[in-house]
Design a protein around this ligand. Structure first.
Ligand SMILES: [Zn+2]
Length: 652
């Protein structure tokens, strides 16, 4: 699964191969070339009726699907992901590896397809569902079903399927389900897997750590709930009526690859136009203060992300703050609908509300519009999006972007660096979600390490270049399904092939780096002593001060690991002055030696903490022998700070 990226590998003696993907060019730096629409592949027209007492959804409608590959197909693959919660033998529940969704099921959930009928030219239809294979032999997982087709579907051909199905929702578990009368309905319909251009189906069971992958299309969904319920859903409301005690709403959205909705009879609502987008907030009673913070985040976030990653193309965005006891429904993204979380009393200086909001909003780009395969490459959505969060919150809230409380300011960037460092040598960042050893490492590497790597590139090479690389990637691959090659291609184009190769090593090969100050010397210049033969005479010179007064200074620097970045070295002198030197980071060590009129007291490598992934910041400074109790500027403070952060990262 990793071989497709080798085009960008560092070859032999350090020469760097160019990526094989076509160049994007400066056209990717502005919105002028953005596509208006996605290629329309899978369209769903559904009428769904909620029974909020039985927690069931009955739905009927059509799926219209086009073979967008170059190959004829004889089968369809359908994802029935609600079946992940059907019994303990599902792939999802067998894989309890920690993190969300790991608790024992309180109430099972499932989906029963009643009909999947392929329409023919004569107006008739043949039900394919009796022939469906819900699982392979000896496997009870029913989330990935194969449906043989009675005839070949040619490349470019479109088929229409009549579908009827019934959902039983679980008690809220990992993004979907109910709690009391609160309903968050995700992964609730039979969804056609994505057919890759080469005719291979990208189908897979619902794995515990994996999110989703599917084709773009139009969702035209009518929701039918009791009148007392407030609805939120993907896409703008185009029709609404109340009839026989029922509330009926039709939502239609083009250019998306999923549809989720929520219904609750206690939702409060706030609305606001932000940057041309109709924003709706649905939140529990008593959460007004939190809702206002979420709105403020979107007021910053929507225009900022639109400028950086291409304009937000949809008319609406709905934010759902779930009911307090339904926390697992929170912190999730769907097209034009996000769920957040956080307690009503969250202090203003604890920016968790803002972080979750901007994170889930960011997924409209990294997941929603740039629709990468979330099973194969989770770092492409969660990792890039986590970096976007770190960047966005940092631009908005500065050094206290994560925490700004009682004089303690902690940045989101520092948090992800500490989080990611904990697993840096365990396993690669760039691997399938189902390949991670634990939910904890998935979080540390996919989110933390990816974000810390990109933050490192930003601090070392400049925000303008990293923003341009990510902006080109996000604009060029809007409404497409890129992979790591496309991301690395954009970085190679903007920051050069060697930076792209560094990024490749870091994410595929557990790349790491540790800068070290291994020795600092400052000795008073002495005249050369000993026996000297001069003018035919042997003369003894006794040790003593040299005619040229001053100090011989030297610093030994090391770069351990497989990654390299240019770094600064700050030299601190006895008179309180400082001076900076630069090391390109090439080679495994470097010695700086010079004559100085003032004694050297110490040295710090990477004094501005640009290399956020430095494996050990404790060895980044050194003191000259005999320099007394000199302490490198900010070093103690920095060590205490990182130690504190490490404690925070391991606490719940
Ligand atoms: Zn995320």
């Amino acid at each position: 699964m990793r071989s497709s990226l080798l085009a960008l590998a560092v070859l032999g003696g350090g020469s760097v191969a160019q990526p094989t993907v076509p160049p994007i060019g400066p056209a990717g730096d502005t919105d002028a070339a953005l596509p208006e629409h996605a290629s329309d592949v899978a369209d769903y027209t559904l009428y769904a009726t909620l029974d909020p007492t039985a927690h069931t959804v009955h739905a009927e409608g059509q799926i219209s699907w086009r073979n967008a590959s170059t190959q004829p197909v004889r089968e369809l693959w359908l994802h029935l992901y609600l079946n992940a919660f059907k019994n303990d033998r599902s792939a999802f529940l067998r894989e309890r590896v920690g993190g969300r969704g790991s608790a024992a099921s309180e109430d099972w959930g499932w989906i029963d397809v009643r009909k999947l009928a392929l329409r023919d030219d004569t107006g008739g239809a043949v039900d394919l569902w009796p022939y469906a294979e819900l699982h392979g032999p000896g496997d009870d997982d029913e989330t990935d079903a194969r449906v043989p087709l009675p005839r070949e579907v040619a490349p470019g051909e479109r088929i229409v399927l009549d579908v009827v199905f019934d959902d039983k929702l679980p008690i809220v578990v990992e993004r979907t389900g109910y709690r009391g009368s609160f309903h968050m309905v995700g992964q609730w319909f039979p969804k056609i897997a994505r057919l890759e251009p080469d005719g291979q189906w990208a189908h897979f069971p619902f794995h515990h750590l994996s999110e989703f992958y599917s084709d773009f299309g139009t969702y035209d969904v009518t929701l039918d709930v009791p009148q007392a319920f407030t609805l939120g859903a993907t896409g703008p409301l185009v029709e609404s009526r109340v009839e026989g005690g029922r509330r009926i709403e039709r939502h239609v959205q083009t250019d998306v690859h999923d549809f989720a909705w929520t219904a609750w009879d206690r939702f409060r609502t706030m609305r606001e136009g932000i940057d041309g987008v109709d924003v709706t907030l649905l939140y529990p009673p008593g959460f007004e203060r939190v809702a206002r913070r979420e709105l403020a985040t979107l007021r910053f976030g929507l225009p900022y992300y639109s400028a950086r990653y291409g304009r937000y193309p949809y008319r609406v965005l709905t934010l759902v703050h779930p009911e307090q006891d339904a926390g697992e429904a929170g912190g999730m993204e769907y097209p034009t609908l996000i769920t957040t979380g956080g307690a009503w009393l969250t202090p203003d200086g604890v920016h968790i509300i803002e972080a979750v909001t901007i994170h889930e909003m960011g997924h409209q780009w990294f997941y929603g519009m740039v629709a990468t395969n979330e099973l194969a490459w989770p770092f492409l959505d969660e990792g890039l999006n986590q970096f976007a969060e770190v960047d966005g919150l940092g631009k908005w809230r500065g050094d206290g972007s994560a925490l700004d409380l009682a004089g303690l300011r902690v940045s989101d960037a520092a948090l992800v660096a500490v989080h990611g460092a904990a697993a840096a040598h365990d396993e690669p960042v760039a691997q399938s979600a189902s390949a991670f050893s634990s939910g904890t490492n998935y979080g540390r590497l996919v989110y933390g390490r990816t974000a810390a790597l990109l933050e490192t590139l930003t601090r070392v090479y400049g925000d303008d270049l990293v923003a341009r690389a990510l902006g080109r990637y996000a604009r060029r691959y809007r409404f497409e399904h890129p992979g790591p090659d496309q991301l690395l291609g954009a970085f190679a184009e903007v920051l050069g092939p060697s930076v792209a190769a560094t990024l490749r090593t870091a994410i595929f090969d557990e790349g790491w780096v540790d800068y070290v100050v291994d020795g600092v010397w400052s000795q008073e210049e002495k005249r050369a002593a000993g026996m000297f033969d001069r003018d035919g005479k042997r003369e003894k010179v006794e040790p003593g001060p040299s005619d040229e007064r001053g100090w011989a200074c030297s610093v030994l620097l090391r770069r351990r690991g497989t990654l390299s970045f240019p770094v600064d070295i700050e030299l601190a002198y006895a008179d309180g002055s400082t001076r900076r030197e630069r090391w390109d980071g090439e080679g495994e060590w470097k010695r700086l030696s010079w004559h100085s009129s003032v004694a050297l007291r110490g040295a710090v490598i990477d004094p501005d903490d640009r290399v956020m992934i430095d494996g050990n910041r404790g060895n980044n400074h050194g003191t000259a022998a005999g320099a007394g109790s000199w302490v490198a500027p900010r070093t103690l403070e920095r060590i205490a700070y990182w130690f504190e952060l490490a404690l925070q990262a391991v606490s719940p």
